[in-house]
Design a protein around this ligand. Structure first.
Ligand SMILES: C[S@@+](CC[C@H](N)C(=O)[O-])C[C@H]1O[C@@H](n2cnc3c(N)ncnc32)[C@H](O)[C@@H]1O
Length: 225
């Protein structure tokens, strides 16, 4: 009933990836700077990884290059086709599949779950099942990494304000993606997970080998034992 008032996410995301030449910051095949930092710091050490809303697969491919066995899902068939092509080109074995994150039911199998920009496109009522799924997916002590919009970046292409959840339903729109305060993220995640890091993502130039935009939070959480 709550979903019914909104345009379907699949209808939006399917054509989004059709023109690969568009200057979308996350189209180039570069991993998030925070993922690389966590690999370099020895926190992400391999094992099984799950990427949620993987788009054309840039983080999944990077994790596979680091030795992870990766399952990566996205709503968009077009994005998954692109991700698979990238994997073939790089001779990487990644399980890319077109599926909604709400169809997944993993059970304590992953050493790492990663979400770069998926949660902030989910409706408020979808957050609890999403976070519960992630909590079930993680092994005890395993990591959940996530980037999502921070408020105050209206001049740089991000949201200026945190929308009240009620306003999402009143306006029948997420205005292109929801911003979260640090308090809201902690409120959503801290029951199940402990916060390891919550900081603005570092700005990375186009010429740099990693992706980073300060309009996003770079966060890392760990499932409690
Ligand atoms: C901002 S894009 C980020 C893509 C990718 N993570 C990246 O950073 O390159 C958000 C992605 O989430 C995907 N998505 C949104 N809702 C989803 C859902 N319910 N299940 C799976 N993927 C979803 C969209 O198709 C889109 O590719």
């Amino acid at each position: 009933m709550l979903d019914a008032d909104f345009r379907s996410a699949k209808q939006f995301w399917e054509p989004f990836y059709e023109n690969r030449d568009r200057p979308i910051p996350f189209f180039p095949n570069k991993p998030d700077e925070n993922v690389v930092a966590n690999v370099d710091a020895g926190l992400f050490r391999g094992g099984k990884a799950l990427e949620l809303g993987c788009g054309p697969g840039r983080n999944a491919l990077y994790l596979a290059r680091q030795g992870y066995q990766v399952d990566a899902y996205d709503l968009s068939e077009t994005a998954i086709a692109w991700a698979k092509e990238r994997a073939v080109t790089e001779q990487l074995d990644v399980h890319f599949e077109c599926r909604s994150v709400f169809e997944l039911a993993p059970q304590e199998e992953y050493d790492l779950v990663y979400d770069s920009g998926c949660l902030h496109h989910l409706l408020p009522h979808q957050r609890i099942p999403y976070i519960e799924m992630i909590q079930h997916a993680l092994k005890p002590g395993a990591y959940f990494g996530m980037t999502c919009f921070a408020p105050g970046f209206g001049d740089q292409g991000g949201p200026e304000h945190v929308m009240h959840d009620w306003d999402v339903y009143r306006e029948k729109s997420m205005r292109g993606g929801l911003a979260f305060t640090e308090e809201k993220l902690r409120y959503l995640l801290e029951d199940a997970l402990e916060c390891v890091e919550l900081r603005p993502m570092k700005a990375m130039g186009q010429e740099e080998p990693y992706f980073g935009l300060p309009i996003l939070w770079a966060t890392l959480w760990r499932k409690k034992y």
